[in-house]
Design a protein around this ligand. Sequence first.
Ligand code: OTU
Length: 646
Amino acid sequence: REYLSREAARSLARLLPRVEQSFTAAGGNAADWAAFEQRLRREWPRLFGLLLSLYGHQYDFFYHLEQLLITMANSWYERPDWLKQRDAVREADHEWFQSERMIGGVLYVDRFCGTLHRLREFIPYFNELGLTYLHLMPLFEAPAGNNDGGYAVSSYRRVNSQIGTTEELAALARELECAGISLVLDFVFNHTSDEHEWAQRAQAGDPDYQEFYFLFSDRTLPDAYERTLREIFPTVRRGSFTWRPDMQRWVWTTFNSFQWDLNYANPAVFRAMAAEMLFLANLGVAVLRLDAVPFIWKRMGTNCENQPEAHQIIQAFNAIARIAAPALLFKSEAIVHPDDVLSYISPHECQLSYNPLLMALLWETLATREVKLLAHSLSHRFRLPAGCAWINYLRSHDDIGWTFDDNDARAVGIDPWGHRQFLNAFYTGRFPGSFARGLPFQENPDTGDARVSGTLASLAGLEQALSNGDPTAIETAIRRILLLHSVILSIGGIPLIYLGDEVGTLNDYGYVNDPAKADDSRWVHRPVRNQAAMDRRHDPSTVPGRIFSELVKLIRLRTSLPALRDGAMEVVRSDNRHVLAYVRQTGAQRVLVLTNFSEYPQTIAGNLLRMYGPGVELFDLVSDQPVSANEALVLPPYRFVWLTPV
Ligand code: OTU
């Protein structure tokens, strides 16, 4: 440790004059440099330690350090003033994202409205929903045809020309900010497309760029790695390597054959991606969604997921952001075992993270009508370190995987393997009595593993109910959709709405006619904008109108309740296996939330309401009704209450 701090100080003393010189030569002023230097001095011991551990054994380590610092200083110099102002505001209020006013939305620009230019017309709609955070799905250059929904990035700087320009994106970021909405974009940093300039230079034989990727001339190493690797997209292609006849090389491709994994053991890759990250930050991005974080470091003999170096790399990016783009936050996208999901979440790594466990278990609870696995898992897995927040979502552009912990399941009497088989059968409509219309995704014949595709509404029973024309079933499906949203709006963290779900968008089976999409069932739940439903959103006699108006009501309720800020949440007893109960409290305000996951009325004893509720005479904010804790409360099918004192 002493050695480390001595070397950190020594290296900074050597580097600072050169970095300052380059900053001044570029035209940077003294005040800006002072701000940069102050943050650099604060973060340097941490950044230096991480980089030394990752790359200190390289003969040219010091060269990479110097280049990295120059990149950071130049990026700070180029950072637009409005972003520097936002940096100052958010550094002073670094828990801004814990507010009860935070509501997220996510959409594909091309599928929602075609272009960035047109997206501006929908800002009033986003405001109507109360959005303060908007994630635009990948919109940069990508190969024509199949590009994994944009997750095969050919340039991190050029917007796909069909969607717009980089200048339009930067202008939109500012316009959104003026409307109170922070822009979220992906940082797809595990891989590039095979059409990225780096990959093309590698294909042309440039050895510097060949070292950006994992290339092998024969099967020796790929075979050795594959002994312990998991297959991510087994129905598209077996194994994790792709043969490139033009190069006579095997390329590491964890996902599709056109997505080349980057080699972060090479400091030049780390540095190049840091530059891309800062470019995105300077466009006005407030939160970067770090795609596929588990995969970024490979180690022979392991599954090459969640390696310690993967954490160090993200922490180093975090330190770089603190120095050169201080307001930038990271959102971890790790859809893995809950322990591993948690391992990425810290103020020094990713401040935000998807909550795949809550997502999967809400669907599990809808299928079983029993809350035991959800309540047990949440009771010991929901709490996060201070300064961090969950992103709670119901659906995303991806599949649903059953990522609960096997021992959590066994603890409540559930056989984990059999249960996953049941859930897949239930949500693909193969289980008798199922209300869901989903599709299997990536069924692996070797392991029996599968995941599920489908929109929220189709999985919650609306598609089946509408096709049967059954009014009771339609009502039930609407109740399920609202119940799920009630949980993500009240449980703690940032709720994230998958745009389209707010008006009950159903599966779109048309993707099978497009050869670039046909073998990826996730396209069933990536429909185009549902304008017809959006037009009916204010008409309470329609299904979209019912969902939209009640959802907006819940959103307004959330934003008016300080007790719902941050993530402090306590699961409490309901003594009813169909009812989830939790308490939210901030300062003096306390809210008790009860949710009935069954299609039958359920009773909660008065003594439990008195024990956990915020008083004896209560008020349910959802139904606008008084509730007395002197008597038992009967929750109608799929109903929920948010109880405050009268
Ligand atoms: C992510 O998902 C994206 O969300 C996907 O849309 C992409 O296809 C993929 O990366 C490649 O860029 O396997 O089924 O936790 O579960 O990162 C989705 C890791 C995925 C993976 C996750 C990945």
